[in-house]
Design a binder for this molecule. Structure first.
Ligand code: AMP
Ligand code: ZN
Ligand code: FE
Ligand code: FE
Length: 293
């Protein structure tokens, strides 16, 4: 008997952070649900960057495959010129405020990506719009993320790896990075709340500690993504304590991107069952027409 493949009551695992081809992952929404079954998950949320496109026709498939699918998203926001990622869960998926914010991000991404291409030309990197959209399956420049630029640079031989592309050109302080228009943390929180969802600060581990501490202090998050990717348990303790002290939700997820982040597998981190069920019930109330368990 394989422990990883066997769904047991005491092994309820819900990975609440992963990306599909609708943003910068390499698995389609259908494939990621199949992967969830393969690794023995009971629940999951697809949290593409700034888009709900993955949810367009997927609930009945998740249901058929026995996966509890919680509506979710990972919004890019800005605070003090830093990029902050905010997870929203359980909200009304067709709420106009969410649709409007996703549309605003499409516009931001398109302009930002054009500006990145311009910077690349200035740095004598011969990368075109076509090179980028080939990487994202012709879903349009407005849906491309920095990993698609990294792949294009790698294919053309400018860099040897995705991480080298981020270090030399695409990272937050690198010469070809452009952040694009600012959508604030507060506006993002307000949008998720308007649609009656829960607001979680994603991966506190990727920020400077002091910056992250101040964000948690200054904004009204419902929870923190305490369990993240391949983070070691002793590191999780810091943010676990911070969440406990403020009675915040503690969620978890892998941030699986398929081949874009080959060292991470789906289910590497997960959300405790009680927290998942809480979010799932909220999703049910907010989306009476969606097929849930
Ligand atoms: P974007 O939303 O287009 O700004 O791209 C952000 C995404 O780029 C993140 O979610 C990661 O998937 C990826 N990313 C950011 N920094 C790095 C890095 N240093 N190495 C690899 N991927 C990264
Ligand atoms: Zn990503
Ligand atoms: Fe993120
Ligand atoms: Fe992510």
């Amino acid at each position: 008997m394989s422990l990883t493949n066997e769904k047991q009551e005491n092994l309820f695992r819900a990975d609440l952070h992963c990306h599909t081809t609708c943003s910068d992952g390499t698995f389609t929404p259908y494939e990621i649900i199949q992967e969830a079954v393969k690794v023995g998950l009971s629940g999951m949320s697809i949290t593409d960057h700034d888009t709900m496109q993955a949810y367009e026709n997927i609930f009945s498939y998740a249901h058929e495959m026995g996966i509890k699918l919680l509506p979710g998203i990972e919004f890019s926001a800005f605070h003090q010129e830093e990029s902050v990622h905010i997870l929203g869960y359980g909200f009304q998926i067709d709420h106009p405020v969410i649709i409007n914010l996703c549309d605003k991000h499409l516009e931001r991404r398109k302009n930002r990506n054009l500006a990145i291409l311009e910077r690349m030309q200035q740095h004598k990197l011969n990368i075109s719009i076509e090179d980028i959209v080939v990487e994202n399956g012709n879903r349009g420049l407005e849906r491309a993320g920095r990993p698609h630029f990294a792949r294009a640079l790698q294919k053309k031989g400018y860099v040897a790896s995705i991480s080298e592309a981020f270090i030399r050109y695409l990272g937050n302080s690198s010469p070809c990075y452009v952040h694009g228009s600012f959508i604030t943390v507060q506006d993002t929180i307000d949008a998720i709340r308007s649609a009656k969802g829960k607001v979680i600060l994603a991966h506190p581990y990727v920020y400077n500690y002091q910056f992250c501490y101040e964000i948690i202090r200054d904004f009204d998050f419902d929870g923190i993504e305490v369990y993240y990717g391949n983070t070691l348990p002793h590191l999780e303790n810091t943010w676990k304590k911070a969440a406990e002290k403020r009675s915040m939700l503690m969620t978890g997820g892998s941030d699986f991107h398929g081949a874009m982040k080959p060292n991470l597998c789906l289910g590497a981190s997960w959300t405790p069952e009680i927290t998942f069920q809480h979010l799932y019930e909220i999703a049910k109330q907010n989306n009476p027409n969606v097929l849930f368990f």
